[in-house]
Design a protein. Structure first.
Length: 563
């Protein structure tokens, strides 16, 4: 199968008095191919490959207030960044699975390869101005990622009350992160994106950069390479204590070996490792290593559960499970040091959690109503949270301890033939269980016991109603209404954060009318009926208050086919 999308932009960007319309036009195409081969009754082979290419002409965010003065309010969908911000993303995933029936169960061997390339320049002019650099500047990160995975798993099909799943997993991945701060032209175009391309264009040469002729456009450059080898072994047993009561116990041992190294390829100001050779001195830095470290992290996690089915229509369960995530280094550490900021930590530590959950799933009224209700409590230790230093340097910090309580309710109702009403509502209370460390607060991210965790709204809700009725024996018509609600949240733990900002609550509505026949679906839709400029995402930093929002009211036609 294949897919594609063109256009759809709604953000206008003004550079040097010239306004460019719909700079976030998208160009998306991709495809997926799956092959199935069954050489015998016992053996099934499945192979597939998925590829997607995404290109966006310009910025995907607009500004709530002008980034030029940080005060003047702007109308939605206006971007005043003085540099262009194109976006490119390519992703490939290939896999091969072999499933073999051994009589007492099945063996699954699964292998995959993934490759991702990402390029996302972002205007950094206000930050450059804040540090006394008088040029429009673009921060240009490149990310290249690839991984290999392999898994061998046995799933039993025994006749007794005990069933078992056991296996081993291996993953090797590598992430290369290259970033450069580059001076752009008055038209907002960044003339080159890497040291090699700038040098090839004659824009990376030694000499005075503050005179009438500029010899170099690269203010700063750095590389980071992270390699991770990880493996896990696991087992889970399900035991039917009674016909309608099942106990589950699982264990997983995880080990990761991480090797990460970083280099400064161009310094903006003289530092300890460049012999005084930097942009401001008109000198090209000889690349030097700033970090080289290895770590081995391991953890054993657990899963315990009870499932009780008092009737065929009702299921009750209780579960306790733990989780673990590896740490890493903050690549912005080197940029921050170059600008005289010593508050960004070089590394962040692993985090772990325990999740306790109880819930019920039930059908009522001859299965016309389905309800799924759950409550959970999460104790999170050393939770990894995103933060900003001086509004310019994003990094990951460890929040010590956080506590989360949540309730989730999902339901589907089919009161009459053709009508389906479904929805969900979630309440989450996620707060700090202890104060953030003093050095984190000194970096501009204060947090105190009881503060809400950033970007976690207390309430989320969705609802959908669809009515379908036959027109002929082969064609049916339908109408659909969708609603999405999210309560307010914030970018920091409290208003003492240097760049604290609130994401207001919002409600979005979508409508659709269409017909279905055979494997086809044709419809007319209206997205964002209320034309709401909702703050779906918000990036608060010295470079501006960037707002990410859904498209404004959009009317369109969609035709889909299945085969």
């Amino acid at each position: 199968m294949g897919w594609g999308e063109q256009g759809g932009g709604y953000i206008d960007q003004t550079i040097g008095g010239v306004t460019y319309k719909n700079v976030n036009d998208q160009h998306v195409y991709g495809g997926r191919l799956t092959l199935l081969f069954k050489p015998s009754d016992a053996l099934t082979l499945t192979a597939g490959v998925t590829y997607q290419h995404v290109a966006v002409d310009g910025s995907q965010a607009w500004f709530a207030v002008s980034p030029l003065d940080g005060v003047t309010p702007l109308h939605p969908y206006q971007n005043l960044s003085p540099t262009r911000e194109p976006y490119r993303d390519r992703y490939t995933l290939a896999y091969l699975n072999a499933n073999y029936d051994v009589g007492i169960g099945s063996l699954l061997a699964a292998f995959s390869y993934g490759n991702k390339y990402n390029f996302q320049p972002e205007d950094s002019t206000p930050t450059a101005f804040g540090f006394g650099l008088p040029w429009p500047t673009s921060y240009v990160p490149f990310i290249r990622y690839h991984d290999y995975t392999g898994e061998l798993r046995f799933t039993s099909s025994w006749s007794g009350p005990l069933q078992l799943v056991a296996g081993a997993y291996y993953q090797q991945d590598q992430t290369y992160f290259n970033s450069n701060a580059i001076i752009s032209g008055s038209d907002g175009v960044t003339p080159c994106y890497t040291i090699a391309s700038c040098q090839a264009a004659g824009l990376y040469e030694p000499g005075n950069n503050f005179g009438p002729v500029q010899n170099s456009v690269i203010l700063y450059g750095a590389d980071d390479l992270k390699r991770t080898n990880q493996y896990a072994v696991y087992a889970q047993a399900d035991y039917h204590i009674l016909e309608n009561l099942t106990a589950t116990a699982g264990i997983r041992y995880f080990n990761a070996r991480v090797h990460e190294s970083a280099d400064n390829t161009q310094d903006i100001a003289p530092g300890a490792g460049d012999g005084g050779c930097a942009f401001v001195t008109g000198c090209l830095t000889t690349p030097y290593q700033t970090f080289d470290g290895k770590a081995s992290e391991s953890k054993t996690t657990y899963n315990f559960a009870l499932l009780w089915k008092p009737t065929t229509e009702i299921s009750l369960y209780a579960r306790a499970a733990s989780g673990f995530r590896i740490g890493g280094i903050n690549t912005s550490y080197y940029s921050a040091v170059q600008f005289g900021d010593n508050t960004v930590p070089l590394t962040y530590q692993p985090d772990s959690l325990w999740d306790y959950e109880v819930g019920a799933k039930a059908y009522f009224f001859d299965r016309k109503l389905f309800v799924d209700l759950s409550y959970y409590h999460i104790n999170w230790t050393n939770q990894q949270v995103e933060a900003e230093s001086q509004g310019a340097f994003g990094y990951t910090l460890n929040a010590g301890k956080t506590s989360t309580d949540g309730i989730e309710l999902d339901g589907t109702l089919k009161p009459i033939t053709g009508l389906t009403v479904s929805g969900s509502i979630t309440y989450v209370d996620a707060t700090l269980a202890e104060d953030l460390p003093a050095d984190v607060a000194a970096a501009g991210t204060p947090g105190y016991k009881g503060d809400r965790v950033p970007f976690v709204p207390k309430w989320n809700a969705t609802a959908q109603a669809e009515y379908e009725a036959p027109i002929t024996s082969t064609i049916s018509a339908y109408g659909q209404v969708d609603m999405t609600y999210r309560s307010d949240t914030a970018t920091g733990f409290n208003s003492g954060d240097n760049y604290y900002a609130v994401l207001p609550s919002y409600t979005l509505w979508d409508l659709r009318l269409g017909v279905r026949w055979a494997n086809y679906d044709a419809s007319v839709f209206v997205q964002n009926v209320g034309d709401k400029a909702a703050y779906v995402g918000l990036d608060a930093q010295q470079d501006g208050l960037r707002v990410f929002s859904p498209r404004p009211r959009t009317i369109g036609v969609k035709l889909s086919a299945g085969f």
